[in-house]
Design a protein around this ligand. Structure first.
Ligand code: GLN
Ligand code: ZN
Length: 771
């Protein structure tokens, strides 16, 4: 008999109730009780959605973040918050976001970082020599009691002690593992407390088991679970997001009552795990993909699962691959999809139904779910055969990609000379990353167009007015390379996705990104095809208004891929090449229309890196190649820019250089010069614009600080390779902040040119890099 359970459910609510309740509380428009009532209602609803499964996760709910909850549960709170006089809830939000309500005193928020390879961000636990743990189980115990009162078969969820330490960052020289022993004391107390509350099974997440672990970390896992093994609770050790590889035997042998494996990503390891797993342990198989929105192919899954069930008998548990936090809540709220596409998709609620169907089929035979199986089969068939999914012309084009297509005609040194003739630019040329403030009127304009309140002509005219304004402002600022400002774009992926075939957008497919922030990733369901030009009109209109060069602005294929839900019926790599071909067509159309500089943003290239470093090379190969394919078909005289929203390049600098963009603009201002270290051991060949100020801060950057950043960069890189720009797009800023900031930025460039002119006899264009 198979048993079902779930690792976690989305907590944001079907209609993002949590988001709105939080924001109301932070604004001071609602009481703490009101917020807690909303939270309790969502928990009730979530438990109802999971009624049909055997073990329901409890403690997976969070008002902001589950890692932050864990820190509070362990009484591990930085001093700046711990000693505040505020109530516990407000301390929690102070650490989460720097403040609780708007009236509240501010403090430094905890650092946000991505949770493994997902787009979810957690608050990094801070450790130091002062770190002490002290169990604070009240909230968790209350939630367990709440679940039990509601008749829920509760299985509490914790982040494991070793993963918790692995996620933390040290503020001094303290090594995370130095804290293992005191931490285990508290985990043991916690397990005792849970036992008293009537818990039988406990889920402990150790996702680090899917990463490459050094000996001390492996040893820490051994030590931790040996220390917890005397607990009367049954521990289900969960791993997800990948394969165990050389941690497989370790994971199988840790003294726990069961092991959970991500059977979507580590399916090939399942039989080996069964071989190694001691006979008294249960094996939980994550058979439903918790990271994507496609309906499970039930027949195919059963074909694979039945023999395994035969082998495991009562030891088989079934689950989603990971917490369902990473998918939207409920497909029944969705109205935007066409009926055909609707039948291909499953959100969290639907995935729970799939899980119970699989269990029924395993326990009572496939006949017992015959109807559901046939409906599921039909949906799979319709998806496999739909002409909307398959486009032969696109397939052929991908098949026929040649190496020459990704290759510029001449090396950078030669083409940059040609570019400087076509584009006379001063030394230290100034530019921006693309977007200018998205004012209320711009957002209203787009909303009116979307709802049909205004027609296309009126909309276009108004967008042109915005472009006109943006160009005038940039001329006033005396920037060298201008942009049209991106007023027509709500989002850098959505804008392109909406114009490409093969993409679909949900109306309510929200997924939590962090705290109250949600994103609605677009869905790539079919072969990608660009029916017509997407950005040529805006760019050429902007160019018609000025003598200065205007950069065309595109989003690159890797970013489009990494910020979407992607097809599961073909490799990511192939989807990426299809996207690259579509963007390539746009690049070439821009060039044909006379655009001399084209920027292709790859904001999310780094975040696609696999969890295991041993797999990086393979990813980087097709990611870089896709970029090259979309960018490098242009003439030598056309200048290609790219932009990336981070600066930790040290480990991938060669791949970045291999993209061969003429200019790359990057975020540096918050990285304490980390970026520049990379240039000490690697000779970066092309031009680079290290962001000279942090656009996320409302403060006006000071001229000297920006001059210093560039002088510092010039210590590592030839001056003629340097551009001057902010570190990201300006769409979230106000014009009142942007004008003084850019005024100072241009002054900094002028300051740098003075000295530069003094040094060199003749003033060379910056893009002209000669030997
Ligand atoms: N061109 C985009 C903008 O300026 C880039 C955004 C990003 O890097 N995230 O908004
Ligand atoms: Zn950016």
């Amino acid at each position: 008999m198979a048993i079902t359970h779930n690792l976690g459910f989305p907590r944001i609510g079907k209609h993002r109730e949590l988001k709105f309740a939080l924001e109301k509380y932070w604004k001071g428009d609602a009481s703490a009780e009101n917020l807690q009532q909303h939270a309790a209602a969502i928990r009730q609803q979530n438990w109802q959605h999971q009624e049909a499964i055997d073990w329901v996760p409890v403690g997976d709910f969070s008002l902001y973040d589950q890692v932050l909850d864990m820190s509070f549960l362990l009484g591990h709170v930085p001093e700046r918050v711990a000693y505040s006089q505020a109530p516990e809830l407000d301390k929690y939000f102070q650490l989460a976001r720097g403040r609780s309500s708007n009236q509240c005193q501010c403090t430094q928020a905890g650092e946000l970082t991505k949770w493994f390879d997902t787009n979810y961000h957690y608050i990094v636990p801070e450790i130091s020599a002062q770190t002490r743990f002290q169990l604070q189980p009240k909230r968790l115990l209350a939630e367990i009691a709440e679940a039990q009162t509601s008749g829920v078969n509760a299985k509490p969820v914790l982040i494991g002690p070793v993963t918790y330490l692995w996620l933390s960052k040290t503020k001094d020289n303290t090594q995370p593992l130095d804290l293992l022993e005191p931490l285990l004391v508290v985990y043991n107390q916690l397990l005792d407390a849970l036992k008293k509350s009537g818990v039988e099974w406990l889920q402990i997440d150790e996702p680090i088991l899917v990463t490459e672990l050094s000996a001390p970390w492996k040893h820490a896992l051994e030590k931790a679970y040996h220390s917890l093994k005397n607990s009367p609770l049954k521990i289900l050790l969960t791993t997800y997001f990948g394969t165990l590889e050389d941690n497989l035997q370790l994971a199988c042998n840790l003294p726990c009552a069961g092991l959970h494996l991500d059977a979507t990503r580590a399916r090939a390891e399942v039989n080996k795990v069964i071989d190694w797993l001691p006979a008294h342990k249960v094996l939980s198989l994550g058979v439903i993909d918790g990271r994507n929105i496609w309906k499970t192919d039930l027949t195919k899954t059963l074909d694979w699962l039945e023999p395994i069930a035969e082998r495991l008998q009562n030891r088989l548990w079934l689950a989603p691959s990971c917490s369902l936090l990473h998918v939207p809540v409920d497909l029944t709220t969705e109205q935007e999809f066409e009926p055909e596409i609707q039948t291909w998709v499953a959100f969290a609620v639907q995935k729970i139904t799939e899980l119970t169907l699989l269990k029924t089929a395993i326990n009572s035979g496939r006949e017992s779910i015959a109807q559901a199986l046939s409906a599921n089969h039909q949906a799979q068939q319709s998806r496999r055969q739909s002409p909307r999914v398959h486009n032969l012309a696109v397939r052929n084009k991908v098949q026929n990609i040649s190496a020459a297509q990704s290759q510029r005609q001449s090396p950078f040194r030669e083409r940059s000379l040609l570019q400087s003739q076509h584009l006379p630019l001063p030394a230290f040329p100034t530019t921006t990353i693309g977007s200018f403030p998205q004012t209320k009127s711009i957002r209203q304009l787009r909303a009116q167009f979307k709802s049909g309140a205004i027609d296309s002509d009126t909309y276009q005219k108004n967008i042109q007015t915005e472009i006109h304004y943006c160009i005038r402002k940039q001329e006033e600022l005396e920037l060298d390379v201008l942009v049209h400002g991106e007023a027509e774009r709500n989002d850098m992926v959505e804008y392109f996705g909406e114009q490409l075939e093969g993409y679909v957008f949900s109306r309510y497919g929200w997924v939590q990104s962090y705290g109250s922030r949600c994103v609605k990733p677009p869905i790539i369901f079919g072969d990608i095809h660009r029916p017509k030009a997407m950005t040529v009109d805006c760019t050429t209109y902007a160019q018609s208004l000025t003598q200065k060069p205007v950069k065309g602005m595109l989003t690159g294929p890797v970013t489009l891929l990494n910020w979407s839900f992607v097809r599961d019926d073909q490799d990511r790599e192939l989807t990426c090449y299809q996207l690259a071909l579509a963007i390539r067509e746009e690049t070439l159309d821009l060039e044909d229309a006379g655009v001399k500089i084209i920027q292709i943003d790859e904001a999310a290239l780094r975040e696609g890196l696999p969890l295991r470093q041993s797999e990086w090379q393979q990813y980087l190969e097709w990611a870089v190649d896709s970029f090259r394919l979309c960018a490098n078909g242009v003439q030598d005289s056309t200048q290609i820019h790219t932009h990336m929203c981070y600066s930790n390049f040290n480990d991938i600098i060669e791949a970045i250089a291999a993209m061969d963009a003429d200019v790359i603009t990057i975020e540096t201002s918050r990285s304490n010069g980390e970026l520049l270290d990379a240039f000490n051991f690697f000779h970066y060949p092309n031009a680079i614009g290290p962001g000279v100020y942090d656009i996320h801060s409302p403060n006006t950057p000071n001229v000297n600080d920006m001059v210093k950043i560039i002088r510092n960069a010039a210590a590592h890189l030839p001056e003629k390779q340097l551009w001057i720009n902010p570190d990201c797009g300006l769409k979230t800023r106000q014009w009142e902040d942007v004008m003084p900031a850019l005024t100072n930025m241009v002054s900094a460039a002028k300051e740098l040119r003075k000295k530069h002119a003094g040094q060199t006899a003749e003033l060379k264009p910056a893009s002209m890099v000669s030997a």
